[in-house]
Design a protein around this ligand. Sequence first.
Ligand code: F6R
Length: 607
Amino acid sequence: MCGIVGYVGKSNAVPILLEGLSALEYRGYDSAGICVMKNGTPTTIKEKGRLSDLKQAIAATPAISSALGIGHTRWATHGAPSAHNAHPHSSENDFYTVVHNGIIENYISLKEMLLEQGVRFQSETDTEVIAHLLNHNHTGNPMETIFKTIRQLEGSYALGIICKAEPDTLYAIRCESPLIVGKCSHGTLLASDITALLPHTSQAYLLENHQLCVMNERDFFVYSEEQEQITPTPFPVDWTVESAQKQGYDHFMLKEIYEQATAVKQTVQCRLFEEGICFNELPQSNQWLMGFRSIQIAACGSAYHVALLGKDMLETYVRLPVSAEIASEYRYRNTLTNPQTLFIAISQSGETADTLAALRKAKKNGACCVAICNVMGSSLAREADYVLYTYAGPEISVATTKAYSAQLALLYLLTLSFSHRLGHLGQEEWEEILEQLKALPKQISRVIADTPRWVSYAEQFHNAKQFFFLGRGMDCFTGMEGALKLKEISYLPAESYPAGELKHGPISLIEEGTPVIVLSTDKRLFPKVLSNLREVQSRGAQVLLITNYPIGETDIAGEVYLLPDLHPLLMPSVSVLPLQAIAYHIAKVRGCDIDKPRNLAKSVTVE
Ligand code: F6R
């Protein structure tokens, strides 16, 4: 959600912090700020709004050059977006200054205690409590003080800390919120997200919970809670700077839409061999697989839509009961999870708080936990029993596209591999699907090449009051993804319904001109879907049919988009593509900030 950067070294910290914040801006962006240490005195500049507002404020102040600083982009939780609630926050005499990601759950009682001591607060944030508490606890030794202070904190935090007493040192500590440290030729760097480090280093060190990192211009040192020095293991970063840049596209979302074929190819090709599918990451024995009595898939948002599709395909092909779980509900529900449960958590970032909590719950109940995620070394990846990476590369746009496609591809592989190993899939069908899976990236590219086609659709419907998506089976879940994309980036109300369910209530919302996007990719169900299409059409709906069934526009008196005709299992990979493009172009015509939709953040690290 929020983003943290820190730098200490031989270069001027200000441009380095701003460059890091630009790379992190997608995580949270209602305000931003930096604090740099100059001749032992911290100077803080913070602004409400976008990073450009902060840059203007910095440009308007007398030039500051400093060898050490911390920066933050904020996505408001406690206290409205404003300059005074923006980070960094300092203790009263600027003795300690902090930037913070996460939520301090016991901040009210800590604040009351500090208020009683006469401390005066400048903001409504939970973060400011940490700065004052550090000051209150100061023992003369910042390292000791930080350890003492975190023992009083409940909740989650990633903290960058500077202290006037040690003006050449930067401190960092975390609990349940990621922090990464890197070293480059001119200094050491801190970030909450690997993308901020990419221009400087290709080796990162991931801090573990409660480890304190002490950084100076030459090196950094990691200490355990017992204040013993630890040798951290480097973590190679295989993402390039370019992969996290727009490269001439108008928006990251458009770039990432076009990158989907590659994301799928990279995810599939390392597991697909002449003789079949192999997940080297998982136990190979059939005993292991046969030990499961049920599968649970937990995720949030778009990843939850992949979970719904996964439930459908795993039940069909693996013949085990599967539940798709909204992670925020799963964590508090009385679930039937036990050692015979295979639990799969899906998350692009691997840092989504609810998904992580769901995984921990499943683990506590003895389930075997598999994480599907895109960010290497993320919390989910580290805590799962097994991790299956999607190789989509860095996804910057808040609205996911390529990570979604890669997750879907990974679930195909998992479904097919399990089904084949358990003997549920006939040889002919297995070979047919494998062939098509190999060719899937090409099919995806073909449909994406039609992306410009959706401009005129967007021009026609960008002012619609409400959109509907209809489909049966897997198409309904793809419709849910289409509706989510439209809502989040164009702010238009949109709903997806199982096509047969509409007449049990929501059909009353269909009016003259209501745009209805009908998906039909399972030929067995086409006649049923066609009847539902006619039902809305006769009530005035403007229908767009997306199908692999060869039917003409005149036959349905509406627009038709013909998809490649693939095996039904693989159809969700191509049917979602026009929906992403429609959402993108509608948002563009409406003048929305596509990569940074209002109120949203890329990685949801709070409950
Ligand atoms: C929607 C979107 C979100 C994420 C959700 C889970 O376009 O991107 O709904 O899918 O926040 O995020 P991850 O996959 O990082 O757990």
